[in-house]
Design a protein around this ligand. Structure first.
Ligand code: SAH
Ligand code: SF4
Length: 398
């Protein structure tokens, strides 16, 4: 069964669980509600049950196909119904605080969300596609020692609306909403979405899943599940759920070929080690009906970049349909590592390639604006984890 054929989640009746804010007069934000949640919300606001399915379809199309932000513009709804919507609901997106443009065309957005917190999203244009890298949390509870986000405290999980909202504000900025009457634009500026920004998506599973259901819906933003890649540091219990409930492509932050080194680089390895992680990954392609898993591997000079590492990596992943993405380490102020030399990265890539795996080296993008992988960290959330906190989270040894 593919993700598209799965039965819809049960109708959510409990409106109290929907995001409301006192400063908005208690109005519920429609952005990020799944279809069943949207329908339930419309019924609770007074839509007759017999009309709810049609209203859900209409409102959904205005929000996600046309990108409309004002109920008054929903021209196929009666004036009274538009007024009812405006009384009960909002259409609220993260606020763009700043947008930085790199010399290579990469755009980094600093976005403000409820509570005054900030997250980043990055748009990376390439010749044949455009990828939007989005965040799932403000900060991260994990403490991968090479990652800038890992030095920032977890402030909170993003809501589904804040995750979907990142895609919508990037579409606004790129001018990518359809224009009524104009010919359909076949080339999509945002053709791919990667959950590789701030945070560990599988520690915010429900919101990430709901957000991706909105993003994948064919009547709206309409990105296929094969154009969405979720990157995890290895939260093993949630990997099968990702296959079953989202069905997108999976990337895993592998980064080391022995438990001793991985414990240091990706401390979640102390909880679920390489062997346990590989076990979960072996089942993923079948469960998700997807193709290859991407193994992300950050190249750190003298730490994980030897020929022996490359050979061990190939042995470890044998039997898993895989692509290995080599990421030259992106430096940040105070980082405890250096990027491997280019010749070393190429020698490593060569061993993997000869073993039969695609081994693209990820070109660092947007380095001049600190937009590359692992460099995201919001300037306002300055609180750095204390050594004691890091030790507590990683079980002591670092
Ligand atoms: N938390 C998730 C997704 C966000 S990080 C995860 O860890 O997978 C996205 C990717 O960037 C991960 O593979 C991560 O390990 C990598 N990364 C983090 N810091 C980096 C850095 N400084 N240089 C290069 N890659 C980095
Ligand atoms: Fe968190 Fe991923 Fe950074 Fe690790 S690499 S600290 S999981 S964002």
């Amino acid at each position: 069964m593919t993700a598209d054929q799965r039965p819809a989640a049960p109708l959510v009746q409990d409106m109290l669980t929907l995001p409301r804010r006192a400063e908005d007069g208690g109005r519920v934000n429609l952005i990020g509600l799944t279809r069943p949640q949207l329908r339930a919300a419309l019924i609770e606001a007074g839509t007759p049950e017999g009309q709810a399915k049609m209203r859900e379809a209409q409102v959904w199309q205005w929000l996600y196909h046309w990108g409309v932000r004002d109920f008054a513009a929903m021209s196929n709804l009666s004036k009274d119904y538009r007024a009812l919507l405006a009384r009960h609901f909002d259409i609220r997106l993260p606020e763009v605080v700043s947008r930085q443009l790199s010399a290579d065309g990469t755009r980094k957005y600093l976005l403000r969300i409820a509570g005054g917190h900030e997250v980043e999203a990055v748009y990376i244009p390439e010749e044949s596609r455009g990828t939007l890298c989005i965040s799932s949390q403000v900060g991260c509870t994990l403490t991968c020692s090479f990652c800038h986000t890992g030095t920032q405290k977890l402030v909170r999980n993003l809501t589904a609306g804040e995750i979907v909202g990142q895609v919508m504000v990037a579409r606004d900025d790129l001018g990518e909403w359809p224009v009524p009457g104009a010919p359909k634009n076949e080339t999509r500026l945002i053709s791919n979405v990667v959950l590789m920004g701030m945070g560990e998506p599988l520690y915010n599973f429900d919101n990430v899943r709901d957000a991706m259901r909105v993003v994948m819906d064919g009547e709206g933003l309409s990105l296929s599940r094969r154009r969405i890649t979720l990157s995890t540091s290895g939260v093993v219990p949630e990997i099968a759920r990702t296959a079953e409930e989202i069905g997108c492509l999976l990337a895993v932050s592998f980064h080391a070929t022995t438990d001793a080194v991985r414990d240091r680089l990706v401390p979640i390895n102390k909880r679920w080690n390489i062997d346990t992680l590989l076990g979960a990954l072996r089942d993923y392609p079948r469960l998700s009906n997807s193709e290859r898993i991407t193994f992300e591997y950050v190249m750190l000079k003298g730490i994980n970049d030897s020929d022996e590492d490359a050979r061990r990596l190939v042995r470890l992943i044998r039997g898993i349909p895989a692509k290995i993405n080599l990421i030259p380490f992106n430096e940040w102020p105070g980082a405890p590592y250096e990027r491997s030399d280019w010749a070393r990265i190429e020698a490593f890539a060569d061993i993997i390639f000869k073993a039969g795996y695609a081994s693209p080296i990820r070109t660092p993008r947007g380095e001049d604006i600190m937009a590359a992988c692992g460099q995201l960290k919001s300037a306002t959330e300055r609180a750095r984890k204390s050594r004691a906190e890091i030790a507590a989270e990683t079980g002591g040894a670092r």
